[in-house]
Design a protein around this ligand. Structure first.
Ligand code: BTN
Length: 272
């Protein structure tokens, strides 16, 4: 334990893993990097070199972490968890968008059991606490492999946070007011992700959607979506079996959003 708290350690994680697939690929080592450009890029590289399903790539720091829609994802040294796993799901393409929702539920359950905090899930990939972003999910196809990348903010210092994100970012230790052990989170996350993945493979669509909805901070809210400059406003009312967000527009019609970003309307009428 350092003065600041526990740091990621692969031996500690591997000794506690209670999974049969994630982190358990026989003959293929999991990786924990002190610093790397992006764990998703490294996992894709390993996958194309033939790494088995289940291999985990973790990092204590990313220098070129990637977020959705080409954004940068910042992981300063020991400030968060950069987690990627190689999967090779054999499911119909129409079910692929559910991967992000199933992963969101897995992260929320893992944080709940290991840290004791209940995250909110904002469609489609945001992990939030008190309206601020505490993590995100980036699921990417790489040939026949699916790379699931998860970033979780654990212990930022205020000076790590860029000026424009000061009121938008959250980290777990600030919320709970005590040190949080990232190894416990990774172990819980591997277990929950494996359960969610099994549900996905078994086609348990209703279970995946209703579990996601139980953590949702999106359903029932007035939202705005911006799809390439096309603005749509309305009330988020449901999630479809393919993971789309159903929005009831002001004229009473219903629109399904399959991709893009949404903002949720605040009480003052602004969107965040
Ligand atoms: C987002 O909210 O836009 C998604 C952020 C995903 C970040 C994670 S950190 C681990 C993995 N490696 C990356 O380069 N990105 C993902």
């Amino acid at each position: 334990m350092t003065a600041e708290g526990e740091i990621l350690a692969l031996d500690v994680i591997e000794a506690s893993l209670a999974t049969s697939l994630i982190g358990r690929a026989s003959g293929h080592a999991n990786e924990l990097w002190p610093t790397i450009d992006s764990t998703n890029s490294r996992a894709a590289e390993l996958a194309s070199a033939g790494a088995a399903e289940g291999v985990l790539v973790l990092a204590r720091q990313q220098t070129a972490g990637r977020g959705r829609q080409g954004r940068v994802w910042v992981t300063p040294q020991d400030a968060g968890i950069a987690f990627s796993v190689i999967l090779r799901p054999t499911i119909p393409l129409t079910r692929l968008p559910l991967v992000t929702l199933a992963t969101g539920t897995a992260v929320a359950r893992a944080i709940e059991s290991s840290v004791g905090v209940r995250l909110g899930l904002k469609w489609v990939n945001d992990l939030v606490l008190g309206g601020r972003k505490v993590g995100g999910i980036l699921a990417e196809m790489s040939g026949p492999s699916l790379i699931i990348g998860i970033g979780i903010n654990v212990r930022f210092s205020q000076e790590d946070v860029p000026e424009d994100l000061q009121t938008k970012i959250e980290w777990l230790e600030r919320v709970v007011g005590r040190p949080v052990d990232p190894n416990l989170i990774v172990v819980a996350l591997a277990a929950e992700l494996e359960k969610s993945y099994q549900a996905l493979l078994a086609g348990k669509v209703d279970e995946i959607v209703s579990a996601w909805k139980s953590y949702s901070v999106t359903i029932g809210k007035n939202i705005e979506s911006n799809n390439g400059g096309q603005i749509l406003r309305g009330k988020a009312v449901d999630i479809t079996a393919s993971g789309a967000l159903v929005v009831e527009t002001e004229d009473g019609g219903k629109v399904e959003l399959h991709a893009g970003e949404i903002s949720i309307r605040n009480q003052d009428g602004s969107y965040a």
